[in-house]
Design a protein around this ligand. Structure first.
Ligand SMILES: [Zn+2]
Ligand SMILES: [Zn+2]
Length: 209
């Protein structure tokens, strides 16, 4: 079974997820936006073996630490979907705009598309392409733990911004309503910012849906 620890990183309090297979100790970091020493410490403390970086999308608060972390630990970079190439190319500009430390450039080792499966130890997760916040945004769904890592698609009581270049409000709503919520009311999720919630809670009470 996949275990998880949420570690807020950067001035944007972005929820980086440290995930690991409790049978093998293999770990991955989803959206290492920055504060790399804090992330390395969390891996070390638990005696885990860091195997990969997974990205939901390439905004600076989610992807800013990727290049450095991948280089220093020799990690493959999995995701996001190729629709976010222009956001990866624009990381230096994003860093400057939002006052982030300079982000080391990187190339994903493996791009993801809707329906792909990603594996960590003995755990398998499904990849769901959810464009709208960014064109190449993906969600990682763990069908065993009934948990989803949704990045900036959906939040407790809110949804992702769509006013950035390449954003599309209709696409975002469509992805949430037709790809995420049908997975089940019981699904818990880690959003890119703020507290966890469930799809059922959001279906009933999220004012944007
Ligand atoms: Zn974002
Ligand atoms: Zn974000």
């Amino acid at each position: 079974m996949l275990q998880r620890l949420t570690i807020p990183v950067t001035a944007f309090e972005q929820n980086c997820s440290l995930i690991w297979c409790d049978e093998t100790g293999d770990a991955a970091l989803i959206d290492p936006g920055g504060d790399i020493p804090v992330l390395e410490q969390a891996v070390r403390e638990r005696g885990l073996s860091l195997k990969a970086i997974w990205l939901t999308h390439a905004h600076i608060d989610h992807a800013g630490g990727t290049g450095t972390l991948a280089r220093t630990h020799q990690l493959p970079i999995v995701g996001p979907h190729p629709g976010d190439q222009f956001w990866i190319d624009g990381l230096p500009k994003q860093a400057q705009m939002f006052g982030f430390p300079q982000a080391e450039p990187f190339k994903p080792t493996q791009w993801l598309k809707d329906g792909d499966e990603v594996q960590l130890g003995r755990c398998k997760l499904q990849v769901i392409h959810c464009p709208g916040h960014t064109p190449g945004h993906v969600v990682f769904f763990d069908p065993t733990a009934r948990h989803a890592y949704v990045g900036d698609v959906l939040f407790a009581g809110s949804i992702g911004r769509t006013d950035f270049p390449g954003g599309n409000h209709a696409d975002l709503i469509h992805a949430i309503k037709h790809k995420l919520l049908p997975l089940g009311d019981d699904i818990t999720f880690t959003p890119g910012h703020g507290p966890e919630s469930t799809f059922g809670e959001e279906r009933l009470s999220n004012p944007f849906l």
